[in-house]
Ligand binder design. Sequence first.
Ligand SMILES: Cc1cc2nc3c(=O)[nH]c(=O)nc-3n(C[C@H](O)[C@H](O)[C@H](O)COP(=O)(O)O)c2cc1C
Ligand SMILES: Nc1ncnc2c1ncn2[C@@H]1O[C@H](COP(=O)(O)OP(=O)(O)OP(=O)(O)O)[C@@H](O)[C@H]1O
Length: 312
Amino acid sequence: MQVFELTYPLKERDYEPSIVAIGFFDGVHLGHQKVIKRACEIARSRNLVCGVMTFDPHPKQVMGIKDKIDQITPIHSKLKQLETLHVDFTYIIQFTKEFANISPEEFVENILLKLNVRGIVVGFDFTFGYKGLGTPKTLVELSQGYFTVDVIDSYNYKREKISSTRVRDRLLSGDIHEVRSLLGRNYSFYGRVVRGDQLGRTIGFPTANLELLEDYLILKNGVYVVKVNFQGKTYPGVMNIGYKPTVKQNLKSPTYEVHLIDFDGDLYGQILEVELLDYIRGEKKFSGIHELKEQIYKDTLEAKKAFVNIER
Ligand SMILES: Cc1cc2nc3c(=O)[nH]c(=O)nc-3n(C[C@H](O)[C@H](O)[C@H](O)COP(=O)(O)O)c2cc1C
Ligand SMILES: Nc1ncnc2c1ncn2[C@@H]1O[C@H](COP(=O)(O)OP(=O)(O)OP(=O)(O)O)[C@@H](O)[C@H]1O
């Protein structure tokens, strides 16, 4: 997949005629996948290439509506997911205040036509241009004679539209089962193993302390069943996210640490992909290390069982 980082106004160059799915696509959930897959189907049937147009940073952040949007899939994770959908390219348009102010007409003329777009696919509630005034209907009107417009109906789960907001909400509640149903895959993130206080190994549960590779949405504190992928191998694990109140005081931000079950080896410096399979319990302050150790032992047994059930 080719990636083009673009700034507005676009520089003149020849773009290959294409069919493009447009949206922010945080999470690349099943609704997004439907829009993107449709773009690729149309492209294949018309002998064109297919791509995704997304934006960075998040429009709400640039417009000051929110200080920071914690993303489900920050840009590199999003690109990894798009790759699995076999799109030929992704345009990442740098979202600025200037870009936010362009009219729907300018968006079509100065972006879509310049990019040599022959067809676009958007969801039924897509908006674009100044104050989001452009709608799929506007696009159809402005596209006449230039490119086709396909509008995808709402893709629902339990009768409600799947949206990035809904996925974020379920992640923050620790509802990992629903997250899987909304994404059509396990939610995962990437982290690098860094040195911790190395107390874990003295209590019998060595943990890989993770430094997240991107600004992901911070997950609910507590203990998770996870699947860890690195160097082409997969391991069952348990992860704790939180402040380790039994052994630490006043940590400023939550730590992410994973214990790989039945694994013995050095992980420092490795990049792990951690897939969430289930949420077991909240983090607790135990009366001592012994009690904490007993609980982690139970968590590990539960994770082993859950791992077998989920992976079956
Ligand atoms: C599965 C699991 C569950 C954990 N649960 C808790 C908990 O409920 N409360 C707590 O204070 N610490 C919890 N911890 C964190 C331990 O305190 C921590 O792993 C250990 O002290 C090692 O810390 P270190 O990496 O700073 O050496 C948990 C760790 C794991 C791996
Ligand atoms: N469930 C869905 N069914 C059909 N189309 C969708 C669905 N969700 C999003 N889309 C479309 O996919 C594109 C990208 O969506 P976008 O990321 O902007 O919104 P979203 O997933 O609804 O998230 P948010 O919660 O931020 O509104 C848009 O064209 C949008 O209309």
